[in-house]
Write a protein of this length. Structure first.
Length: 394
């Protein structure tokens, strides 16, 4: 962890001439954080009653009413469209509810929640001594080993600060969207190569921009560091086995690379297992899968974010390394993205309402899957946490 923080501090010093006010680097987890007693499920999960967990049953009923009440037209796919909610307290199921034809056995597309699984794979390779985040990414993936792109490090890809030109527009701007082109048209045969061919727009490490392309580049880097595609496949299977994730599908592009940006399908219960792993600082029961330092690094604000002038699209972003944080930037007058959640909250986030939310100080993991076609931003996540904390807690 010390190494990562030194690197971040050095970058802040180098960029001190930028016009943005100096800001303290924020981390989700306090340095004295120590996980409480957590139950780790095998095939089956244990449950805990609201009374045992200190929650008000009427409050949980109100939460379900909020999440599952139809508020828009099914034909127009409007309003809150929750497919599942699973709330885990100290490793036991406190609340579990499904709708719209989904059950606990159904796999759900996780969209960009997949990115946080790629973060775990990177951490496993670091743990095994096979990946060095400060190395140039071009040492692992040759299309980046040319010109100024040689300056792009693995850490830049982890923190989405490569400087490669990218447009992450979805339905609102499909014609000029790189992510649409990558996933569905000219880039789908080799998504990493499509991204690597984008021109360098900024000095690597100098600007943060959310990019699904960088995750697929990172995934290609991980193939090389793992020792090839077969070893990379085995690495994900190893992760799944060690945390008890039994039923999943991770799609590939035309080159055989995992589409790490978008295409993991998993059950909500299995998604909760990832949350439990990071709630316990990378340790599943007695098995240290990624180091505590890796979890702390992953939930530390991306250094380039502090050099990126916020706009309407990034004002509520608090990016870590393929996870999201809840600190805001007080020096800029930027409030936390989830005003009703504790400052140690972090989460994985996917299109149309997919979430894995971790609240270490309260021993909570919350998984929601959905089909929210309206742009709710963080509103539903914040309202869910608010109801759990202030209306459900006795």
């Amino acid at each position: 962890m010390r190494f990562f923080l030194i690197a971040i501090f050095s970058l802040l010093v180098l960029h001190c001439s930028k016009p943005l006010p100096a800001a303290k680097v924020q981390t989700a987890l306090p340095y004295n954080y120590s996980p409480g007693k957590i139950y780790f499920p095998d095939k089956e999960w244990k449950t805990i009653s609201p009374d045992q967990a200190g929650f008000n049953p009427a409050g949980l009923a109100e939460l379900k009413e909020y999440l599952f009440k139809r508020t828009g037209s099914e034909e127009d796919r409007t309003g809150i469209r929750t497919n599942s909610i699973v709330v885990i307290k100290d490793g036991k199921i406190l609340l579990e509810e499904y709708a719209r034809g989904f059950t606990k056995e159904h796999k759900h597309i996780t969209w960009s929640v997949t990115k946080s699984y790629i973060n775990v794979l990177a951490g496993m390779l670091v743990q095994k001594g096979l990946l060095a985040p400060e190395k140039n990414a071009g040492e692992y993936y040759s299309p980046l080993n040319q010109g100024r792109k040689k300056e792009i490090t693995v850490r830049h890809l982890l923190e989405m600060s490569s400087g490669l030109h990218w447009s992450e527009g979805y339905e609102s701007s499909p014609v000029f969207s790189d992510v649409i082109a990558m996933l569905y048209t000219i880039g789908r045969k080799d998504m990493a190569l499509y991204t690597a061919k984008r021109p360098l727009k900024y000095k690597p490490g100098s600007r943060w921009y959310y990019s699904s392309g960088e995750t697929n580049l990172l995934s290609k880097v991980l193939i090389k560091s793992a020792g090839g595609l077969q070893s990379y496949e085995a690495l994900f299977a190893e992760l799944a086995d060690r945390i008890g994730m039994k039923d999943y599908t991770l799609e590939r592009d035309g080159s055989g690379n995992f589409v790490g940006s978008s295409y993991l399908y998993a059950t909500p219960r299995d998604m909760a297992r990832l949350g439990l792993l990071y709630l316990n600082l990378g340790k599943w029961n007695q098995d240290q899968i990624v180091s505590p330092d890796w979890v702390r690094y992953s939930t530390t604000m991306a250094s380039a974010y502090y050099f990126t002038k916020p706009d309407a699209n990034t004002l509520t972003d608090n990016p870590g390394a393929h996870w999201w944080l809840n600190h805001g930037v007080p020096e800029w007058g930027q409030s936390p993205p989830l005003p009703h959640a504790p400052s140690d909250t972090f989460w994985a986030s996917g299109h149309w309402g997919q979430r894995i939310i971790v609240i270490p100080s309260e021993g909570l993991v919350i998984v929601r899957t959905a089909d929210d076609r309206d742009d709710f931003g963080n509103e539903i996540t914040d309202n869910t946490i608010r109801r759990l904390r202030y209306r459900a807690l006795a």
